[in-house]
Design a protein around this ligand. Structure first.
Ligand SMILES: Cc1ncc(COP(=O)(O)O)c(C=O)c1O
Length: 394
């Protein structure tokens, strides 16, 4: 993998948020590592998402980046939220979010989390098995439930359908079972996989949901919510389809449904926040071993860049450095690894960086706002990146 490196500031994508320009970052006098997020970019992307998918309500998947500043920005823009656990609901409640505006879309939930969420006023829960329905009946009697449909997620970078989702025939039977158990069979949801680059994936999934809606209507069951899940992509070093292109595909598919449920929801995570942040890592060592140039920096897979491991080092973050200089200066291929005493924290292989880069320089990792801080630990005693913010939280 080689990151795209062009222009006077090699590695900086042409679309980069002005609030996080390399010039601004170079002037920022903060110890590394840090993650700086531009809240204006978050707000703009949420507005653009709403314009591209008219009539679709946003429920931000907060697992992606639960920083209170990000949550406040999105709440100010009118977004609801999607949670994976009671810990996330507690965070939202501390910020004054009404649990009734929250979807609990983790299909398998600890019983105590269901009970506390129900008591707090959260009323919509996803499920994909009779076992989960049994828990919901016991701990949230009478709740509204939406079935997670297994869909084709093969065009995404992070598939989810092995762990979650019911096949159409099972989803059908589960909705009828929910009704028999005294729950409200409220809706259908799916997830096309995270960082999905194929607009047709949503069309196929919505069509599958439409077939299930038709089958359920034959049983006198009409759903109130179709939830399109997440998966909307962000731009890393390579282009992805625009949200307008995906929105047009989604809108066309929604028109073909047998009827339009009262609520069409979506749970974007990565798309709203990835491009809003830069991770700055300090260079702590450089050496040559095994015929390769090795660069050691003060963040690693364990300090926020876990997705580099999940994709077998195939993750194309935009990269640039404080040692960038003029594009004609010599560059070399580097292996970029973390500061820990562990070899599995290596993040990038064969990235082209200035030949002069050395201890004391900074490596900037762009599009780092999603699934980074929420993964970061203090592995080996190295602290996670400090969160910093620019722009206004709404
Ligand atoms: C239920 C659910 N909804 C939404 C999302 C957000 O996905 P993404 O960040 O790809 O938009 C996730 C991510 O795992 C999820 O599990």
């Amino acid at each position: 993998m080689t990151a795209a490196l062009t222009g006077f500031a090699p590695g900086v994508p042409a679309h980069w948020p002005a609030g996080l320009s390399p010039e601004y970052l170079a002037r920022l006098d903060e110890p590394t590592p840090y993650l700086v997020t531009d809240l204006d970019t978050v707000a703009r992307r949420r507005a653009a998402f709403a314009r591209a998918l008219p009539g679709v309500r946003t429920f931000y998947a907060m697992k992606c980046n639960p920083a209170p500043e990000v949550l406040t920005t999105l709440a100010a823009g009118g977004a609801g939220f999607e949670i994976a656990s009671i810990g996330e609901l507690r965070t939202l409640r501390r910020l004054g979010v009404d649990p009734a505006e929250v979807l609990y879309s983790n299909p398998v939930k600890p019983p105590a989390h269901i009970a506390e969420a129900h008591r707090a006023g959260l009323w919509r829960f996803s499920f994909d098995s009779p076992d989960e329905l049994a828990k919901i009946v016991e701990y949230a009697p009478g709740a509204a439930v939406y079935v997670r449909l297994r869909v084709d997620d093969s065009t995404s970078a992070f598939p989810l359908s092995r762990k979650f989702g019911a096949d159409p025939a099972d989803a059908h039977d589960l909705m009828l079972l929910a009704r028999r158990l005294g729950l409200r069979p409220y809706g259908i949801t799916f997830h096309v996989g995270s960082q999905c680059a194929d607009p047709l994936a949503w069309q196929r999934a919505i069509a599958a949901a439409g077939r299930l809606m038709t089958a359920l209507r034959a049983e006198h069951l009409e759903i109130a919510m179709l939830n399109l899940g997440g998966g909307f992509p962000a731009r890393y070093a390579t282009e992805v389809p625009s949200i307008e292109t995906i929105g047009a595909a989604v809108t066309a598919a929604l028109h073909r449904l047998p009827y339009r449920p009262g609520l069409i929801a979506a749970e974007p995570g990565r798309h709203l926040v990835a491009e809003s942040a830069v991770l700055a890592a300090g260079v702590v060592g450089r050496t040559r071993r095994g015929g390769e140039n090795w660069l050691y920096v003060d963040v690693s897979a364990y300090h926020g860049l876990m997705e580099t491991l999940q994709t077998r080092n195939g993750w194309d973050y935009p990269l640039w450095t404080s040692a960038a200089g003029h594009p004609d200066l010599p560059r070399l291929p580097f292996v970029v690894t973390g500061p820990s005493c562990d070899s599995s924290d290596t993040m990038f292989h064969d990235v082209s960086l200035p030949a002069t880069i050395d201890v004391g320089d900074t490596l900037y990792i762009g599009s780092a706002g999603a699934y980074t801080l929420s993964y970061a630990s203090a592995f080996n005693g190295f602290p996670p990146p400090t969160p910093l913010f620019v722009g206004s939280p709404g």
